[in-house]
Design a protein around this ligand. Structure first.
Ligand SMILES: Cc1ncc(C[n+]2csc(CCOP(=O)(O)OP(=O)(O)O)c2C)c(N)n1
Ligand SMILES: [Mg+2]
Length: 479
């Protein structure tokens, strides 16, 4: 639990003003950090928590928190006791000056050694590849990663939690790498490479598909936000990822061997077979139509559940945003994230794919979306339960109480604001609803409840679920 600091003596009990700062992580990306976040997430990813319960050190605490958020690209909390928030204090007497945060720099010598070692390692490989990981975001290395992909000629993949951080419209993009559930032909190329550069990876039970990746450390150059490890060693610290990638790009020999191999074996995925007009809607048909809605003016928010796997397969056009939260997978995150993203990214229409179980946790955020006049498109996927959990560990608790979701949103709407809701059960109805949401109702919040069979899942969920389930039920290590 987060400590109840606001109940300290001398402060008003009960209410505190909590500001959660969102971090700008690059010049044009805004990470939505509103939304439901599990306590475990708060404790592990939160960098600073400033508890302002007296005014003497408030100035310093607030400055430190804001500076940390900007420097580390991580969320911080500032709690201000409500009986202090309106008081004056001499430390706040002047207008604030723009904050200047000294830029962090790489250790030059170490950077040179690391680049030298990595270039030698990769240049002697026959068919090297690159994989982008989620820490590219906090390392502010999106551009540098794309730059090295351009310069090297290597094919590149993305780890699932890094989707949206690498350019998928690039000709050498080969899809998502997550072992057995990767984009077709992607894992084969990555795992058969004789060298791979991983930028900012996080290998956990989910991204490693229950620890089943066929990777070898001795073939990897692992670039973390401020550290590089080449093979089983050496390791180099105090190096910033963008500096390293930019310097390495100049030192790599161009090598398209892995990409050429990929091209030779590649067979494109096919669209799902068409159904009969009045047949119950299938999930793969739903996502075929969502794919067609994407452009540089949209952003996808994918909730935990089968939506993870279906959204992961959407190929993002240039400029299309993408967010999901895989480290903890706290359900309900996406409703708040949709609200936050839409509020910050005024140039994009947010398309959110949310399972019924997840939506039940944070449904009330739709109210604030309507109050803010947002025109998000929410696909509420009603499959009657916690389908992802069925595949990991089934039990009667995975069947949930069915709600009238459009009825709920209509009640929240209550004839105030711009809102349009629709339940769809067939492809024809879906197509009509999408046409409406992008046509006559394009300025409305569009809430489309998609009713599908409870066992209708992506094939990736079935595979991933079996593997994660096996990892979850392995015997504990001997003590
Ligand atoms: C806050 C929280 N509670 C419980 C879980 C466990 N959990 C993970 S996915 C999931 C079910 C998601 O169901 P739904 O949103 O309907 O997605 P579906 O797989 O059915 O598409 C649950 C309960 C979690 N990850 N986070
Ligand atoms: Mg569900």
């Amino acid at each position: 639990m987060l400590p109840d600091h606001h109940l300290l003596p001398g402060t008003a009990t009960g209410t505190v003003l909590v500001l959660r700062l969102c971090c700008f992580v690059s010049s044009n990306t805004y990470v939505p950090l509103f939304g439901c976040i599990l306590v475990k997430l708060c404790l592990s990813s939160l960098h600073v928590q400033a508890i302002v319960n007296n005014l003497d050190d408030a100035h310093e605490q607030i400055d430190t928190a804001i500076a940390t958020a900007l420097r580390e690209s991580k969320p911080v909390y500032i709690s201000v006791s409500c009986n202090l928030a309106g008081l004056t204090h001499p430390t706040f007497s002047r207008e604030p000056v723009p904050m200047f945060i000294a830029p962090r720099v790489s250790n030059k010598q170490n950077l040179e050694y690391a680049v030298e070692a990595a270039a030698e390692f990769l240049n002697k490989a026959v068919k090297p590849v690159m994989v982008g990981g989620p820490k590219i975001r906090v390392a502010k290395a999106k551009k540098a990663f794309a730059g090295i992909a351009d310069a090297s000629g290597y094919p590149f993949a993305v780890m699932p939690a890094a989707k949206g951080l690498v350019p998928e419209h690039h000709p050498r993009f080969i899809g998502t790498y997550w072992g057995a559930v990767s984009t077709t032909f992607c894992a084969e190329i990555v795992e058969s490479a004789d060298a791979y550069l991983f930028a900012g990876p996080i290998f956990n039970d989910y991204s490693s598909v229950g620890y089943s990746l066929l990777l070898k450390r001795e073939k990897a150059v692992i670039v973390q936000p401020d550290r590089v490890v080449v093979g089983n060693g050496p390791a180099f610290g105090c190096i910033l990822m963008p500096d390293f990638l930019r310097a390495l790009a100049k030192r790599l020999n161009r090598n398209t061997t892995a990409y050429d191999n990929y091209r030779r074996i590649f067979v494109p995925d096919r669209d799902p077979p068409n159904g009969k007009p009045d047949e119950p809607l299938r999930v793969n048909i739903l996502f075929k139509h969502i794919k067609e809605m994407l452009s540089g003016e949209t952003a996808v928010i994918a909730e935990t559940g089968d939506s993870w796997f279906n959204c992961q397969k959407l190929k993002l056009p240039d400029g299309c945003g993408y967010e999901f939260q895989m480290q903890y997978g706290s359900i309900g995150w996406s409703v708040g994230a949709t609200l936050g993203y839409a509020q910050a990214a005024k140039d994009k229409r947010v398309i959110a794919c949310i399972g019924d179980g997840s939506f039940q946790v944070t449904a009330q955020d739709v109210s604030t979306m309507l109050r803010c006049g947002q025109n998000n498109v929410i696909f509420l996927i009603n499959n009657g339960g916690y389908t992802i959990e069925v595949e990991i560990h089934d039990g009667p608790y995975n069947v949930i109480k069915n709600w009238d979701y459009t009825g709920l949103v209509d009640a929240i709407h209550n004839s105030h604001g711009n809102c349009w809701t629709k339940k769809v059960r067939t492809e024809v109805e879906l197509k009509e609803a999408i046409a409406m949401s992008t046509g006559a109702k394009k300025n409305c919040l569009c809430f489309i409840e998609v009713i599908v069979h409870k066992d209708d899942t992506s094939k990736e969920l079935l595979e991933w679920g079996s593997r994660v389930s096996a990892a979850n039920s392995r015997p504990p290590n001997p003590q």
